[in-house]
Design a protein around this ligand. Structure first.
Ligand SMILES: NC(=O)c1ccc[n+]([C@@H]2O[C@H](COP(=O)([O-])OP(=O)(O)OC[C@H]3O[C@@H](n4cnc5c(N)ncnc54)[C@H](O)[C@@H]3O)[C@@H](O)[C@H]2O)c1
Length: 359
């Protein structure tokens, strides 16, 4: 693998972006993070620096700010370390919120990506790795989802991802040297095994796993399980949970592939295994010894019964596959949450190496 690229990582202070930074730095790349910290904080980047023993330069700013992006790309060129590829994590991601505030979602997720792509075009940066989602598939016509399953999202968040995918297809059609690798994530959970990085939702979590850990640590009284009458073996929803470190490593494989291949390519990043809510809760209690009181609640509108990936394309083409088990995800997620009940507002166990703002 060729080493030492300079990669722009938008949304790098977020949950998946921060774990991916660790893998990129370990592989010998230099990174520059652009984040507006709307759903994260700069302390995350100190943790990444601490873990990696490397500097993590960052710029506080918004991907919709085209003139700031131009400045960032130009400065990297002037330093002799031009950006050679972009990993684009920055987005809003709460499905319910997207239904209530669609314009905000389209503006942030679609207009933000347009702004980024236009500046990449101006600076002749030809490789793009995009954080898409299994949400683009919508109601399954067959399971597991394969990459050519119909694209039929059921909410504005999913539409914003599908729109960007279309935009990337069109761009690749128009510019034959351009490469867009779209990674359709399934359900990332868990945390870095060091316990230094993890998911840090600020409100009541929308997703199951952080809800479980917040209950286990005593910050929420009981886990609400939405629906017990789905057509699944135990009546609860089934999802394809993937360890966030496996997901992070998928980005390295995508970057590598994009170096050899132009055009638009979409890959499922999942394990290929479905786990029900009750199975996940049981695994969590067994692995951690922590209790998770629970109560039944009505189904949430728009939730589907079951979803899991066929990850074979990523295995064959990217030579990537998820390696961690559900037990690993529970153990690592709990290490983070129990050591950091207040997320990144909890003091670091050791003194961090500071990452420096780049501008
Ligand atoms: N977590 C999941 O379950 C999941 C599943 C599928 C896809 N995704 C996608 O993966 C990506 C990363 O998700 P995550 O879970 O790490 O979310 P996150 O909210 O933890 O990270 C997103 C980061 O982007 C930043 N950001 C948001 N809008 C921005 C903007 N306009 N300009 C600059 N920075 C901005 C936020 O401050 C945050 O640091 C997102 O694109 C999300 O849609 C996430």
């Amino acid at each position: 693998m060729s080493q030492g690229e300079t990669l722009l990582v938008t949304g790098g202070a977020g949950y998946i972006g921060s774990h991916t930074l660790v893998e990129l730095l370990a592989a010998g790349h230099a990174v520059l993070v652009l984040d507006n910290f709307s759903n994260s904080c700069a302390a995350v980047l100190d943790r990444v620096a601490e873990l990696s023993g490397r500097e993590v330069p960052w710029v506080e700013g918004d991907v919709r700010d085209t003139s700031l992006l131009q400045k960032v790309f130009a400065e990297q060129e002037q330093r002799g370390t031009p950006i050679t590829a972009v990993l684009h994590f920055a987005a809003l991601k709460a499905v319910g919120e997207s239904v209530a505030e669609p314009l905000r979602y389209y503006d942030n997720n679609v207009a933000g990506t347009l702004s980024l792509l236009s500046v990449m075009q101006q600076f002749k940066v030809l490789r793009f790795v995009f954080s898409s989602s299994a949400t683009v598939y919508g109601e399954p016509t067959a399971l597991p989802y394969v990459e050519d399953h119909q694209i039929a999202p059921t909410n504005p968040y999913g539409h914003s991802k599908a729109m960007v995918e279309q935009l990337l297809r069109d761009l690749c059609q128009a510019r034959e040297q351009f490469t867009a690798i779209t990674l359709r994530y399934f359900n990332p959970i868990g945390a870095h095994p060091s316990g230094l990085l993890g998911e840090d939702p600020h409100d009541v979590p929308n997703n199951l796993f952080p809800f479980i850990t917040k209950v286990a640590v005593g910050q929420l009284p009981a886990l609400q399980i939405f629906g017990n009458d789905y057509e699944t073996p135990d009546g609860t929803g089934v999802r394809d949970y993937i360890h966030v470190v496996d997901l992070a490593q998928g980005h390295l494989a995508a970057l590598d592939y994009g170096r050899k291949q132009s055009g638009f390519h979409a890959f499922n990043l999942g394990t290929g295994r479905g786990t029900s809510v009750l199975e996940l809760v049981a695994a969590f209690e067994r692995v951690t010894g922590a209790a998770v009181p629970r109560q039944w609640a009505a189904r949430r509108p728009g939730d589907i019964a079951a979803a899991w990936a066929d990850p074979s394309l990523a295995r064959e083409v990217l030579s990537w596959q998820a390696r961690h088990t559900i037990d690993d995800m529970c153990a690592d997620g709990w290490r983070w949450q129990s050591q950091h009940p207040d997320g990144y507002r909890t003091a670091s166990p050791s003194a961090p190496v500071r990452g420096d703002p780049a501008t």
